[in-house]
Design a protein around this ligand. Structure first.
Ligand SMILES: Cc1cc2nc3c(=O)[nH]c(=O)nc-3n(C[C@H](O)[C@H](O)[C@H](O)COP(=O)(O)O)c2cc1C
Length: 366
């Protein structure tokens, strides 16, 4: 039914307006805690096989909502009720900012993709404090980025401003250096710049939360060269980060036609066209870091098969954004149920048992 509605009606309307409409409706419908509990009981029947301990806490499913959907942390409890195992809010920046001129979000329905150049539209990390500091059940990641108006030389201070403010309330914090829509941001992935940035955010989290270790992850682009991926992996180990999120959207345009590319213009491409590269980046990271870091696989995940493929490639947790848009509000429930079935069918009694099992280990010499 959602598919029909999507194809006949939703896909014809402006993507960003539809997002605000749909999200607004969800927030209104599920504004009462008892309704959220009821819905969650329907979407998320407990299954010990889906439960996973990671980043110092328990997730009742490994499937999370990726950053960008709830940038200002205004509806993560409602989104969680739909059946996600965790929600990542943000990207939040040091200062509030409007983002790029509209239109700035487009569907490429033929390829089950999205292109966005939102440019971190958000109300800023100060305003978000009130919303993330309430007691909650939802495992919550907080994703932080750089304010556009802040010059690159002052980027570290802008990230630290946000981690000082929000770190104590996060189940994990993500340093986002991989959005293609803030000029110069992805340059911060170069290790000379990334080292001081991550070290400063780490120190900020330790100050903000002296009693509880707040896990820190870095989110990388799929467009990095393989050697750069290796360097980020080595740096993450050196700085004792907790994990890496792979990947953000791509500036690549395959397999779009010339017409589609011209119609949409600049921005990051997500969804099915990103699947193969995001998986390849994850595999490369797992080959470098193994079990020493928590890898979160994201990019083009549409089904439980895709989820299991990422887990077998080395992901402990996964996330989706575009697959959820195309799949509708019942998508997380469907994928949960199907993943439960798939795991058992493949002989795994837990997510943990499946992590990295699709990787061929080098044969011992002799
Ligand atoms: C409309 C839109 C907005 C996004 N905004 C953010 C963001 O603010 N911060 C971020 O780290 N990633 C953002 N992303 C990237 C997603 O979190 C995710 O990494 C990417 O879309 C790949 O996953 P997917 O193929 O499941 O969508 C955004 C993606 C989309 C489609």
């Amino acid at each position: 039914m959602y598919r029909l509605l999507f194809e006949r009606v939703l896909a014809r309307l402006d993507a960003e307006r539809m997002h605000h409409l749909g999200f607004g409706l969800l927030r209104a419908l599920l504004c009462l805690p008892f309704l959220r509990r009821l819905v969650r009981r329907f979407t998320s029947p407990p299954d010990p096989a889906l439960t996973i301990e990671a980043l110092g806490r328990r997730f009742d499913a490994p499937i999370g909502l990726a950053a960008g959907f709830d940038k200002d942390a205004i509806g993560y409890e409602q989104l969680y009720a739909l059946g996600f195992g965790f929600i990542e809010v943000g990207t939040l920046t040091g200062q509030a900012q409007p983002g790029n001129p509209k239109p700035r979000m487009f569907r490429v329905v033929r390829h089950r993709g999205l292109i966005n150049r939102l440019g971190f539209n958000n109300g800023g990390s100060l305003a978000a404090i009130a919303r993330v500091s309430r007691p909650r059940e939802v495992p919550l990641g907080i994703n932080i980025g750089k304010t556009k108006a802040v010059p690159e030389e002052e980027a570290v201070a802008d990230y630290v401003l946000s981690s000082d403010r929000l770190g104590a309330f996060a189940d994990y914090v993500v340093v986002n250096v991989s959005s293609p829509n803030t000029p110069g941001l992805r340059n911060l992935q170069a290790v000379e710049l990334l080292r001081p940035l991550l070290a400063s955010v780490r120190a900020s989290l330790d100050r903000a939360s002296p009693k509880r270790h707040v896990p820190l992850l870095v989110k990388i682009a799929p467009d990095l060269a393989d050697e750069d991926i290796d360097e980020v992996a080595a740096l993450a180990l050196e700085l004792k980060l907790d994990g890496i999120i792979a990947t953000n959207t791509t500036i690549g345009r395959a397999p779009l036609s010339e017409d589609e590319i011209a119609r949409v213009g600049a921005g990051g491409l997500s969804g099915a066209p990103l699947k193969a590269r995001a998986l390849a980046v994850l595999r490369r990271l797992y080959a470098r870091v193994g079990d020493r870091l928590v890898l979160i696989g994201v990019g083009g995940i549409e089904s439980a098969e895709d989820v299991l493929e990422r887990i077998l490639a080395g992901a402990t947790l996964v996330q989706a954004y575009t697959g959820f848009i195309y799949g509708g509000p019942l998508w997380p429930r469907r994928v949960r149920r199907e993943l439960s079935r798939l795991l058992r069918a493949r002989g795994y009694d837990s997510v943990r048992a499946a992590i990295g099992q699709g990787v061929l280990l080098p044969r011992a010499p002799g």
